[in-house]
Design a protein around this ligand. Structure first.
Ligand code: SF4
Length: 404
């Protein structure tokens, strides 16, 4: 049977979820105080070294050192840490057991967050909430919170845009603008934890399947994981965190050596090099044989199962022959395949197969002994595919800035 929604902590790969309506829906569904017709300004982009780092960029130990610089004892840093990650307060003002002078100092010298909410959109009876954030240098970043009966999962972005350029992906269309800092990724998680709390829920899982390739921003990704994993803070266990990659082989091998054993998902989308290179140019650099060798090494070292993401596209990668090739490729590997029926992007020529085709592809894999789940996307009416909401906001910004 095909599920009608996600059943695990695996969200759609960027660009694979819903494509929704033409521009205009954004305005109709805007649930924040900022009107969607308000101009979205882009300040000058700052080089990485010049970008302000905030509270969320600092692991507790570094925060204690920063507090010491401000003349405050370590226990004050731990109090602030508690407020930020346990109470999820949105400002230093709410940290009422910190001296007022320290709160003022912190607000001036260490911003709590470096992301500003542009708007929230909700769908699926309020169980999917997509948030568009703006960075201090005016870039737009997307995050999606998905509430399920047994868990609450946030899908975060790790880059503004993406350099990988997958053929079917809205995020890849515009290339890479820049990497996000660890603090900008943490801020997305804290925002989602707050949204979950407002709904009487607790954030339980993180998937790095939003905009960007986490392994192209490896150091900030690992720093981010360290911060959200801290048992005295958000306390999100490594096994509740999934990193999804397009297949950056050296970083798969590096991840295997990390002390925190997070989950690994690999976007495959084709079992043969010819087709995969057409869909994912990164395959020219890391072809399937190299990718599978790295995955086998990862499994051997960690003993952990790997997920393969497979965006099913009509007439492209959904034939019986390709299903059998995929089964052959994955036979004997400790893995699970997530089939994600494509949600088309309006400017790209890829379509979703019909339900019978989806079922047939999944059944072929299952018959061949490959554990398989079909996962449909959340948030169809809010451009939940990563990159779509940002692309729409960018178009709106261009429209607003165009000469009249
Ligand atoms: S790797 Fe980049 S281009 Fe490819 S699907 Fe992910 S975000 Fe899009």
């Amino acid at each position: 049977m095909l599920p009608s929604s996600y059943q695990s902590d695996t969200a759609p790969r960027p660009g694979l979820a819903a494509h929704a309506d033409p521009r205009g829906t954004l305005a109709a569904m805007d649930t924040t105080s900022a009107p969607s017709s308000a101009p979205i300004h882009r300040p000058k982009r700052l080089p990485m070294a010049a970008r302000p780092r905030g509270f969320y960029d600092l692991p507790l130990q570094d925060l204690e050192a920063r507090f010491a610089d401000l003349g405050a004892p370590a226990y004050r840093a731990r109090q602030a840490w508690n407020w930020a990650y346990r109470s999820l307060v949105p400002s230093y003002d709410a940290m009422t057991n910190l001296p007022a002078a320290l709160r003022r100092d912190l607000a001036e010298r260490l911003p709590l967050t470096t992301l500003e909410t542009v708007r929230d959109l909700s769908a699926d009876n309020g169980e999917t909430i997509k948030t568009l954030y703006r960075t201090v240098d005016g870039e737009l970043v997307e995050t999606v919170l998905m509430l399920y009966p047994d868990r609450a999962t946030v899908c975060v972005s790790c880059q503004v845009g993406c350099a990988v350029g997958c053929a079917f992906c809205a995020t890849g269309l515009g290339g890479l603008a820049r990497n996000l800092t660890a603090g900008e990724i943490v801020a997305q998680v804290v925002g989602a934890a707050r949204q979950a709390k407002e709904r009487g829920r607790t954030l339980t899982n993180i998937v790095m399947m939003g905009m960007g390739e986490p392994f192209h921003n490896y150091d900030e990704t690992m720093k981010f994981i360290g911060i959200v994993h801290d048992p005295d803070g958000l306390n999100l266990g490594a096994r509740r965190i999934t990193i999804s990659t397009s297949g950056v082989v050296p970083k798969i091998l590096q991840l295997a050596t990390e002390p925190l054993q997070v989950n690994l998902a690999v976007s495959l989308h084709s079992p043969n090099d010819e087709l995969r290179s057409r869909l994912m140019p990164i395959n020219d650099r890391y072809p399937i044989a190299d990718l599978m060798a790295a995955i086998r090494a990862y499994i051997e070292q960690t003993g952990r199962r790997v997920s393969f993401e497979y965006a099913l596209m009509r007439g492209i990668n959904d034939s019986d022959e390709i299903a059998l090739q995929l089964a052959d490729l994955l036979r004997g590997i400790l893995c699970h395949v997530n089939i994600i029926p494509l949600n088309p992007v309006d400017v790209l020529p890829y379509e979703r197969p019909d339900p019978a085709g989806i079922e047939r592809f999944a059944a072929t894999l299952e018959r061949a002994g490959i554990p398989t789940t079909v996962r449909y996307s959340r948030g169809l009416e809010i451009d939940a595919a990563c990159g779509q909401l940002r692309a729409k906001a960018e178009r709106l910004r261009e429209d607003q800035q165009a000469p009249r």
